[in-house]
Ligand binder design. Sequence first.
Ligand code: GDP
Ligand code: MG
Length: 164
Amino acid sequence: SKPIVAIVGRPNVGKSTLFNSLAGGNISIVKDTPGVTRDRIYADIEWLGRNFTLIDTGGIEPDSSDVILSQMREQAQIAIDTADVIIFITDVRQGLVDSDSKVADMLRRSHKPVVLVVNKVDNFDKLMPDVYEFYNLGIGDPVPISASSKLGIGDMLDEVSKYF
Ligand code: GDP
Ligand code: MG
């Protein structure tokens, strides 16, 4: 069967923007777990002849005890457990924050291949210096993208598809 690629990261880093730009119209929404407010959203993607299933997740706020946020964290953990490859997305505008480090710890525990993506790099010339701090996560080389401007997406998919 097709490899599964899950997009994880804190709320607001641009997971759904990335998902939508990759998925185009090819989206299936699954509402199956009673009490879990966030839907899991899947899309079938083809990149240079390779097919995979992409999952969007609601986001991970590692420290929150809020019911909805902890359900979102649970959904993200299910996506991580299901995935063959994880796209871990961060936000260059907010910079590296403590929650990113905690998500990185969760991902290390999964022992799954992770592609670290730094989003909102809308201007590569201007913002590249800010990308380098994400090396401090210790989870690999940061891949700069702009999900909304569709910059860096090809290089990101090249990194992802190295794992299948
Ligand atoms: P999610 O919570 O991780 O799914 O984040 P969303 O995809 O909903 O995006 C959160 C906000 O970031 C929205 O206002 C998006 O328009 C914005 N955003 C997403 N990608 C980019 C980007 O590449 N550049 C900029 N400047 N904003 C972005
Ligand atoms: Mg979202």
